[in-house]
Design a protein around this ligand. Structure first.
Ligand SMILES: [Zn+2]
Length: 60
Protein backbone atom coordinates (compact mmCIF):
# COMPACT_ATOMS: atom_id res chain seq x y z
CA UNK A 1 0.00 0.00 0.00
CA UNK A 2 1.19 3.43 -0.89
CA UNK A 3 0.03 6.39 1.08
CA UNK A 4 -0.79 9.20 -1.31
CA UNK A 5 -1.84 12.74 -0.62
CA UNK A 6 -1.45 12.20 3.06
CA UNK A 7 2.02 13.56 3.47
CA UNK A 8 1.65 16.67 5.54
CA UNK A 9 3.55 19.79 4.71
CA UNK A 10 5.50 20.82 7.74
CA UNK A 11 6.86 24.17 8.74
CA UNK A 12 10.53 24.43 9.51
CA UNK A 13 11.06 25.42 13.11
CA UNK A 14 14.09 27.43 12.06
CA UNK A 15 13.21 29.35 8.89
CA UNK A 16 9.48 28.77 8.75
CA UNK A 17 9.71 27.28 5.27
CA UNK A 18 7.43 24.46 4.16
CA UNK A 19 8.83 21.03 3.58
CA UNK A 20 7.55 17.52 3.25
CA UNK A 21 7.28 15.67 6.49
CA UNK A 22 8.52 12.63 4.66
CA UNK A 23 11.91 14.16 3.94
CA UNK A 24 14.58 11.82 5.19
CA UNK A 25 16.48 12.81 8.27
CA UNK A 26 20.21 12.72 8.05
CA UNK A 27 21.42 10.11 10.48
CA UNK A 28 24.88 9.33 9.28
CA UNK A 29 26.79 12.30 10.55
CA UNK A 30 29.95 12.58 12.52
CA UNK A 31 29.68 12.92 15.39
CA UNK A 32 26.42 10.93 15.39
CA UNK A 33 23.26 12.79 16.27
CA UNK A 34 21.78 12.22 19.68
CA UNK A 35 18.14 11.32 20.10
CA UNK A 36 17.49 14.90 21.14
CA UNK A 37 19.17 16.30 18.05
CA UNK A 38 17.34 13.79 15.90
CA UNK A 39 14.02 15.05 17.20
CA UNK A 40 15.12 18.62 16.55
CA UNK A 41 16.20 17.72 13.02
CA UNK A 42 12.77 16.36 12.25
CA UNK A 43 11.37 19.86 12.67
CA UNK A 44 13.84 21.36 10.24
CA UNK A 45 13.61 21.65 6.47
CA UNK A 46 16.34 19.93 4.43
CA UNK A 47 18.20 23.22 4.01
CA UNK A 48 18.33 23.90 7.72
CA UNK A 49 19.26 20.30 8.39
CA UNK A 50 22.28 20.74 6.18
CA UNK A 51 23.20 23.94 7.98
CA UNK A 52 22.74 22.22 11.30
CA UNK A 53 24.92 19.30 10.28
CA UNK A 54 27.62 21.56 8.87
CA UNK A 55 27.62 23.81 11.91
CA UNK A 56 28.13 20.96 14.30
CA UNK A 57 30.68 19.01 12.32
CA UNK A 58 34.12 18.98 13.85
CA UNK A 59 36.93 20.26 11.63
CA UNK A 60 39.37 17.51 10.82
ZN1 LIG B 1 14.41 25.73 7.35
Amino acid sequence: MVERGFIANRLCTNCGGKFLGSAPVIRKVIPPVTQEEFEALRGLCPKCRLKFVKSRSVPA
